[in-house]
Design a binder for this molecule. Structure first.
Ligand SMILES: CC(C)(COP(=O)(O)OP(=O)(O)OC[C@H]1O[C@@H](n2cnc3c(N)ncnc32)[C@H](O)[C@@H]1OP(=O)(O)O)[C@@H](O)C(=O)NCCC(=O)NCCS
Length: 326
């Protein structure tokens, strides 16, 4: 299309009318496609205000006809300097196949610090795959999200003989952890490439909590780890009104515990250490008051999926990631 009757606005925050228009668009899209176009995380952020580093892109039509004024919406998160920016895009069903999707993705890419973009689609639709392919984006991953209630019985963690577990100590453990991680994830392009600088960035994140980062050692050498993460727990906002003090978190949703990364050195595998580390993390999340645990696992990692199922995790949903050409 040489010229299109659309324009895109980029905003750091949405006002209530814009929020309502995006919610309506998402609803119309869900009705049409039978799958929600935006992740739960993004939907909640829309309603309650979200993190720094988020941009909202709104594509407007020219006001002709009876079509909704808002033709499409994209949510861009530029906070992950390690893996690159990520976005979710949705076009109103009445405005599809008119170039709005492509226009939004181009505008999103122009907003990223380095042009790297991961586009997420929920469920695998021909439209999402078609749009991604038309822009030269390639399917990079299919991630399954598994969840488990932390109210359900949790078996005790049985750490193999000769192994001890303790909390990560920032600075002191950085170097040994980076080395162990690169051995454990030698076959994994992203996780295995984590550098000292990448680790430091994550240690500086507001959600980082050393007490939820478990290290396993044998004779003083690191042999495994489980890094947990709490979503929606930070930052806690303290306010005071006529009814007294309140604390609530800025995500506006029930915090969720995540099995963020877990790994065991190849020579220690098959001893139950991985399961013990996962359980230690789950007990930790439960004692922090969390009711649910979640994790992402690559859909082709059948061994890990089987292990998580044995621990009571079940399939919650799947996301497909497309990555921009470099
Ligand atoms: C995916 C989506 C954003 C596409 O929006 P759109 O405005 O209709 O897309 P565009 O008009 O810009 O299409 C650009 C190209 O994508 C491809 N495409 C779009 N829809 C397609 C479909 N249903 N089947 C096959 N290819 C499709 C085509 O190559 C198209 O170019 P063409 O029209 O010249 O053939 C829209 O269908 C949508 O909102 N789906 C639900 C949310 C979603 O899946 N988001 C994930 C995006 S990765």
């Amino acid at each position: 299309m040489a010229e299109h009757p659309f324009h895109v606005e980029v905003l750091a925050k949405l006002d209530p009318d814009e929020t309502d228009a995006v919610a309506l668009l998402a609803e119309r899209s869900t009705e049409h496609d039978g799958v929600r176009p935006l992740s739960e995380h993004v939907s909640l952020h829309l309603r309650h205000g979200g993190d720094e580093g988020v941009r909202h892109l709104l594509a407007y039509g020219d006001g002709r006809g009876n079509l909704p004024h808002l033709a499409g919406y994209a949510h861009l998160d530029v906070t992950d300097e390690v893996a690159g920016s990520s976005a979710e895009v949705v076009v109103d069903p009445a405005w599809r196949r008119l170039g709005v999707g492509r226009l939004l993705v181009d505008a999103v890419r122009a907003e990223t610090p380095d042009g790297r973009l991961r586009l997420w689609a929920h469920g695998e639709s021909p439209a999402a795959s078609g749009l991604a392919a038309s822009l030269g984006f390639a399917k990079a991953r299919e991630l399954m999200q598994l969840r488990r209630s932390l109210s359900a019985p949790l078996p005790p963690a049985e750490v193999p003989a000769g192994v001890t577990v303790r909390a990560f100590v920032p600075a002191a453990d950085d170097e040994a952890w980076v080395a162990l991680n690169s051995v454990i994830f030698a076959q994994h392009p992203e996780q295995g490439a984590i550098t000292h600088a990448d680790l430091s960035r994550r240690l500086d994140e507001p959600w980082f909590d050393a007490a939820g980062f478990f290290l396993a050692e044998r004779e003083g050498t690191l042999v495994g780890y489980h890094w947990t993460k709490v979503h929606g727990g930070q930052p806690i906002v303290h306010t005071h009104d006529a009814h007294g003090p309140h604390t609530h978190d800025a995500h506006g949703h029930e915090p969720l515990g995540e099995v963020y990364v877990v790994g065991v050195q190849p020579s220690e595998r098959g001893t139950g250490l991985g399961t013990a580390l996962i359980l230690l993390g789950l007990h930790h999340l439960r004692s922090a008051g969390l009711l649910q645990a979640m994790l992402y696992v690559d859909a082709d990692n059948t061994a890990a999926i089987a292990a998580y199922r044995r621990l009571g995790f079940t399939h919650w949903d799947s996301d497909v990631q497309f990555r921009s050409p470099m």
